[in-house]
Design a protein around this ligand. Sequence first.
Ligand code: SF4
Length: 335
Amino acid sequence: MNYNSFTAYETHDSLVNNTAKSEDVAQWSVAEVQSLLDMPFNDLIYRAQCVHRQYHDANGVQLSTLISVKTGGCPEDCGYCPQAARYHTSVDNQDMLSLDEVVTAAAAAKAKGASRFCMGAAWRGPKQRDIEKMTEMVRAVKALGMETCATLGLLKPGQAHQLSEAGLDYYNHNLDTAPEYYEEIITTRQYQDRLNTLQEVRNAGINVCCGGIVGMGETRETRAGLIAQLANLNPYPESVPINQLVQVKGTPLYGTATLDSFEFVRTIAAARVTMPKAMVRLSAGRQEMSEAIQALCFLAGANSIFYGDKLLTTGNPEVDRDQALLDKLGLHALS
Ligand code: SF4
């Protein structure tokens, strides 16, 4: 090795191993996150894996099951969502499930190994009568010994406290994308509305589950902007779902150019490096992913998946297939 290549190696090695930034609460600029996304693939994955092993069980994966407690007919215009009333998709509207139906589904999910049960409803935000029903569901699912999560849209002041008193562990509310790209995707509410709901959730002492969607026609810089926004929340979310757009016929984003799979893996790795203690969830889009890409996502620091046959309305790999993949990779479920 000549002197020049040794210097290059040394400089590069310190970059790859530099986890110092991960350990404090330093802010991440968009440019810094983009420089992570720009790294040679192997270096980025190595760095993410080093961070991952520092903070997490290297081979543990948390399994969450998601159920739609109220489907379709939503007044919002999220360009990716088949549940928006204004788009003509194959999703059938479904009124709110009964308490019994939810508890039965939660018990079945627990029996198959899920430790967290997420309840989603297609609303702009819940009305008071909806919150009352949701708090009953949260209490009943908690009584089964599971962690609870809800995703109900924008929360009005006081609603997060009601959910917290019922024992809600996590509230999911995604930022979806970077602020500058947001209006391309949603016009019926503002980025700040989302941030306000996240603050309500934090103030109520509920853990935050917040991530985004990639593959919506955004640039790498936009993906860096999303990750920087998430990482700079103070504190950053406990749970960070990274979704790959599932293209549904009838939605405005149907027909968007498909994101390269390695770019998705890079996004997972950037989430892991910038939010070292968070559970990074490999979320929507897994059904379209090969086992090899999913394995790369785990290597890049994903340590949580949605587990079950269905997400809110789109398909998800069957439980048996997931279990076979976890077995093949020597991964175990976190309790
Ligand atoms: S993502 Fe949520 S808020 Fe947006 S249209 Fe779908 S159900 Fe409504």
